[in-house]
Design a protein around this ligand. Sequence first.
Ligand code: 2BA
Length: 132
Amino acid sequence: MTGQGEAPATAGLASAVAGGDTSGHQLILAIVQDEDAGPVIEALTGDGFRATRISTVGGFLRKGNATILVGVEKERLQRALLIVRDNCETRTEYFVPTAPGEVGEPYPLDPIQVQVGGATIFVLDCERFERL
Ligand code: 2BA
């Protein structure tokens, strides 16, 4: 049996969930270099976007980078991507691979030059978006 006090809470949750259906949204997942993350976030928020920065680490260089999540309406997707692009630079980094040494200690090989960025971007269709 449902108590009198429960009905409004349940109804409220149901309406919030129903109201959260925004199939017109997409999620940008942009992996950027640490140096570019601040300017990207500032430019996005300055243009009315909401964004989240997560500290991440690249699998190859094992160097800190940033993953920026931006939930956007489809009509604003291109604008957000342009902002990310405009605020990310390509940089040259050096990676020093190692080889196993005869007595166990690994020794460094010649550095490898790699071009990092501007940004690695994934755009995902957003099944549901809610702000409760
Ligand atoms: P990292 O994995 O640290 O890679 C840094 C840079 O090293 C890459 O730059 C690329 O130029 C080079 N690199 C990566 N893997 C390599 C490999 N197996 N052999 C030779 N060179 C390699 P970006 O391509 O601009 O990537 C920057 C960062 O974006 C990556 O940092 C990683 O955190 C992320 N990322 C790139 N592609 C990704 C993917 N398909 N899925 C998930 N994350 C990705």
